[in-house]
Design a protein around this ligand. Structure first.
Ligand code: ADP
Ligand code: MG
Length: 374
């Protein structure tokens, strides 16, 4: 089911006695979510993710704008008539009911032509339970399950009516790290198997990047960028998006463009062309550094961390906005940790330049690729 959001806006009245301005939780959100895809809705806490999801589910009414499921305008439909499945962070299972009864619950309320026989309900419940691999736990109570198992029950309950759209709000936040990883892969597998259009809300960029067909990055109610995870990572539209995606995070420096050179602090790090002289922020992904004895970027070496396949060179630089500069290089490099300084060349495709004024990305071309080629 394709889901279309048209100029979707939600304002909440201010509770602040001094500041009477409304909170614009979702601001003019327009997006066509393609059928059968998994969309990651991503952004820091308070940016409007849950509000967006609750508008799609019908739990909240938009201040303005429209929502379509395929051709159907569902903007004024109550949640129970939209054909959605909802999963929240806290599993919200009925503690006194067994797993089976919890999963059956949404089916027991069906009325009229949708009413099912007991046998049909059981079949559907077991199909959903098998999808999330809990069919052996059907007679237990939620209290007898681990957090991961409880969340699977919640997902089964959301799936049992085979919803048109599956909405998940930070469904993995209460799980420990290992279970989180495992369960997110499960969600991916279930989504692929069922082809249900799914919107997955998280503040965890890695989670969103790893399972989504497309991600939507939000900030303060406004959509910043929509795209395939890798494309957004490789081509962030502004400093906020660049900083929000990637672990370890992007290194950001004070810099400037002057006479066709890009500077980080005093160091001319790239020869570029056709970019006006101006003050900028320079973002360099950790994988964008190459160790080179006479490289143009000079940093004070703090230490080296060896992490399996990679080496992380930790250093400082006066122009850096982050307390440390983190460069990830291959283990084939040897770093002399006795030396006070370390020098790098930069891979141009891993370097982003942002206007200091607007924080928007400024595209640039390298003038003389030569030794700075990737
Ligand atoms: P997220 O899920 O991204 O953390 P939310 O969608 O929950 O963010 O909230 C977005 C903004 O709207 C926040 O500033 C929040 O305080 C505000 N907000 C959310 N729900 C309400 C409400 N019922 N009343 C007033 N303000 C709200
Ligand atoms: Mg939320």
């Amino acid at each position: 089911m394709e889901v279309v959001l048209k100029n979707l806006t939600k304002k909440f009245p201010s509770r602040d006695r001094k500041n009477h301005e409304d909170v614009i939780a979702v601001n003019d959100f327009t997006f066509e979510i393609p059928d059968g895809k998994l969309i990651g809705l991503l952004g820091p806490s308070g940016c409007g993710k849950s509000t967006t999801l609750n508008l799609i589910s019908g739990l909240l009414k938009p201040t303005s704008g429209k929502i379509f499921f395929g051709e159907d305008d569902v903007t004024d439909l109550p949640p129970e008539n939209r054909g959605i499945g909802l999963v929240f962070q806290n599993y919200a299972l009925y503690p006194h009911l067994t797993v089976k009864q919890n999963i059956l619950f949404p089916l027991q309320n069906l009325k009229g032509k949708d009413k099912l026989s007991k046998q049909e309900m059981l079949e559907k419940a077991y199909t959903a339970a098998r999808l999330v691999q809990i069919d052996e736990l059907m007679d237990r109570k939620p209290g007898e399950l681990s957090g991961g198992q409880q969340q699977r029950v919640a997902i089964a309950r959301a799936l049992v009516k085979m919803p048109r759209v599956l909405l998940l709000d930070e469904p993995l936040s209460n799980l420990d790290a290992r279970l989180r990883l495992q369960t997110r892969e499960e969600i991916r597998r279930i989504q692929r198997e069922t082809r249900i259009t799914t919107i997955f809300v998280t503040h965890d960029q890695e989670e969103a990047m790893s399972i989504s067909d497309m991600i939507v990055v939000m900030k303060e109610g406004l959509v910043q960028q929509i795209g395939k995870p890798q494309d957004v990572y490789d081509n962030p539209i502004n400093l906020f998006v660049a900083k929000f995606l990637g672990t370890p995070p992007i290194n950001v420096f004070e810099g400037q463009v002057k006479n066709n050179k890009l500077y980080i602090g005093e160091d001319a790090v790239l020869d570029i062309k056709d970019t006006a002289d101006q003050q900028v922020y320079v973002g360099v992904r950790p994988e964008g550094f190459t160790l080179q004895e006479d490289g143009p970027l000079c940093c004070s070496l703090s230490g080296v961390e060896i992490m399996g396949r990679d080496i992380s060179v930790v250093s400082t630089n006066k122009a850096s906005l982050n307390p440390t500069v983190r460069a990830i290089i291959g283990t084939e490099y040897k770093v002399n940790t006795q030396q006070p300084q370390v020098r790098f060349t930069l891979k141009p495709s891993k370097v982003f330049v942002f206007s200091k004024e607007t924080e928007e990305r400024i595209p640039f071309e390298v003038r003389e690729v030569g030794r700075w080629e990737n």
